[in-house]
Design a protein around this ligand. Sequence first.
Ligand code: PLP
Length: 438
Amino acid sequence: VNTTGKADIVREKSAELYEKAKTYFPGGVNSPVRAFKSVYGTPLFIEKGDGSYLWDADGNQFIDYCCSWGPLILGHNNAKIREKVIDVLQHGMSFGAPTALENELAELILKNNKYIQKIRFVSSGTEAVMSAIRLARGFTKRDKILKFEGCYHGHSDSLLVKAGSGLVTFGETSSAGIPKAFAEQTIVVSLNDREALKEAFAEFKDQIAAVIIEPVPANNGLLLQEKEYLQFLREICTESGTLLIFDEVISGFRLGFEGAAGYYQIKPDILTYGKIIGGGLPVGAYGASAEIMDHVSPVGTVYQAGTLSGNPVAMAAGIAQVTELLRMGFYRDLNNKTEEFAESIQRFATARNYKFKVFYIGSIFWFAFTGQAAIRRAEDIDPASMEKFKKMHRELLNRGIYLGPSGYEVGFISSAHTKTDLERTKRAIFDSLDIVFK
Ligand code: PLP
């Protein structure tokens, strides 16, 4: 491990693989952020992961805080997940027919989460959210949805929409290839802006099928919302016959077993979950009351299906992971560890008068180059601050610390991160901050 930070890490093999990948995939990757466009150097090609560690193709070793973008709450290559997966694999990989494993994972989830009565497994967060939106539209018989600037809900058409100018806007598409007519069904407002929401409801009250929010917005920095604001959303939806969807693809099973709904004690109408319940394999899910869920086919009229939904290998990984999450004290220990880590970095930065904040909740953290005490809206992030993140990212890689390759991405701590890992990381962060603020 290079802990000196003196030279950029060797990336010869990664660079070679990247050149080849560019001839196969657009931009050399199968998901855009992996291309390292917002940070220095070519993307690192990962060879293996174990516990809190990652190794790239050049043999560089890192303590990983990306954790596959969240799902690896037990760290890499967890023995219990691996063994369960291998065990199930011996009997076949896919049947396209029900298995007892689906019941087992559903039971673990539903018995310990009072916010949903029935669940449907899918294969990604995007699919979960897309299906939840269709369910809300089918249930309410309304077409419009309302989302918030700065919340990401996967890449389905109605949701790749960003705010235009003005208080309440019909979204502008944030990707080519989305018909204007689709984007017109999506209303976009700023987070933490009650007036904008009231205005939207005053104008479109009987047309809004659902309000969808990441209750802990974690895809555009960590834009922590106040509980009162989330309660306000709950109330305005109830008054208007609109369903409230909490997209908990990041926060679900992360803040606690009951996610953000449990943390804030607010009951949304539909919940979406993602990768974390697959323990690193492709799983997503949406859930709600039995009344709402029974609108889904084959009992209801809202169609949704998937050849690989409830895949036995993915269910096996999910069962092993969720079982660990249910252990007494799991979240307490993880969240305490994160708090200690975040607070001690904050103390260092504050003592040095650096304009730097560590925002955190549960085991999610975000480094923000700002003097503001809180950032609740996407518009309040200074894009220029990303240059500082870019430098920090390089310094940290050179010291064996791996963060997601964008300043808008959050970091995750897993149960595999040891005290020693965190201490080493803190020292690397202190050194890096001193360089960035020099
Ligand atoms: N919703 C949220 C809140 C997410 O963070 C993500 C992905 O990170 C998604 C939806 C989409 O999930 P996936 O990438 O599995 O399709």
